[in-house]
Ligand binder design. Structure first.
Ligand code: ZN
Length: 392
């Protein structure tokens, strides 16, 4: 089937080179649109480079270069067919299906979906959903899922440029659907209410333009509310689309029910609204409380933790940005200049932008924040800036 072969070649070519670099990834540093550093074959300091958008590589000394297929031929010393097998493996059937073991028969399965380490691109585990003849569903994880849960599609995020658009949807099939339409999407690995959102996910998605597309039901809203809590302040913007309207008690419709094409999808993205949680009705609030109450409170500090030796190793929380990279909740900014140059206007614009999660000048709005604006005479009276509230 030549068509299938062509499809696999395309699939192989589309694999980001950065996702198959393995440990060599850490040798390279970002310079503009490229990763530059020693060649995995001939070493050196900066003779080797990968252009991230074009997904091509080059080594000046080895005089080798090209796309992902050429790279893997070069890097792993493979021939063309082996390179395709490496980059676009044919899925093997899932082992250990429970078919018949307890009198039940599974009637269909979806997956297996591969969850890859975002840095190395190596598959860490797969997830398969089974539907049984008695209506029951089951999920099979295959592979070591002992580390933190991954995002499905996360390996395609590393090294995306700032402010690239990334969709967050609910489930692998929807990620795949958006990929078919030419977009980049990720999903948690445990369905709507059980998917965990972690600081590592926020780090991976840092600086990107995130658009939620929840299923149009309550679990869908809980899913994105949990994600928003984790991502706020780290991503460039948080927006949402609800093309099927708000939850109305019916079974939610989702990305896979949507019939638009790539062009319609771009329109949908452009019209996405800044994310704000829906005013929760009682049910939603209880669900949300249930899903967050499992998080343990941080332990109270003890004396050891206050010693310098401990502080050196301390993991500081990422900054909670309010306006681009300019203002975070712990910023103190002093603006000075001659009268009439626009300090007040600039300050008010920045304040308004932070209050409404809008952009101001070149700084991107991040999340809605409470802003207190003092005019000059009052701010002089309250000048000891350290006495202003820590978080606004
Ligand atoms: Zn080389």
């Amino acid at each position: 089937m030549p068509e299938l072969a062509d499809q696999r070649i395309e699939q192989a070519r589309a694999v980001p080179i950065t996702s198959v670099l393995g440990a060599h990834r850490s040798e390279l540093r970002r310079t503009g649109a490229e990763l530059v550093g020693p060649c995995p074959n001939c070493g050196g300091e900066d003779r080797f480079g990968i252009h991230l958008q074009k997904n091509v590589f080059n080594c000046r000394r080895c005089e080798r270069g090209g796309d992902a297929i050429e790279f893997i031929k070069f890097y792993k010393n493979l021939d063309f067919a082996a390179a395709i097998d490496f980059l676009a493996p044919v899925d093997k059937p899932v082992k250990a299906l429970k078919n018949g073991a307890d009198g039940r028969h599974f009637v269909s399965r979806s997956g297996p979906w591969k969850y890859c380490d975002p840095a190395s691109g190596d598959v860490r585990y797969t997830r398969t959903r089974l539907n049984f003849s008695d209506g029951a569903k089951d999920v099979v994880f295959d592979g070591p899922r002992n580390g933190p849960p991954l995002l499905y599609g996360g390996e395609r995020i590393a090294d995306l440029g700032e402010c690239r658009r990334v969709w967050i949807v609910e489930g692998e099939a929807k990620v795949d659907r958006l990929r078919e339409l030419g977009e980049i999407a990720v999903s948690g690995d445990c369905g709507a209410t059980a998917s965990k959102w972690l600081p590592s996910h926020a780090e991976l998605l840092r600086g990107l333009d995130i658009i939620f597309w929840p299923d149009s039901d309550e679990p869908g809203e809980i899913y994105i509310a949990n994600a928003a809590k984790c991502l706020q302040g780290h991503v460039s913007s948080l927006r949402v689309v609800r093309p099927f309207g708000k939850p109305n008690g019916a079974k939610g419709r989702d990305v896979c029910d949507w019939e638009g094409d790539a062009e319609a999808l771009v329109k949908l993205a452009e019209n996405a609204e800044p994310y704000a949680p829906l005013s929760p009705d009682k049910g939603l609030r209880e669900e949300a409380a249930k899903s967050t109450s499992k998080e343990p409170l941080p332990p109270a500090p003890n004396r050891e933790e206050l010693l310098a030796a401990h502080w050196i190793r301390r993991e500081l929380p990422p900054r909670d940005h309010l306006l681009g990279a300019l203002v975070c909740t712990t910023s103190r900014i002093l603006m000075f200049g001659p009268t009439g140059i626009g300090k007040t206007i600039t300050g008010m614009m920045a304040g308004g932008a932070m209050a409404s999660a809008q952009n101001s000048l070149n700084w991107a709005g991040q999340r809605m924040a409470r802003v207190m604006y003092f005019s000059r005479p009052l701010s002089c009276a309250l000048a000891p800036i350290g006495r202003l509230p820590q978080r606004t």
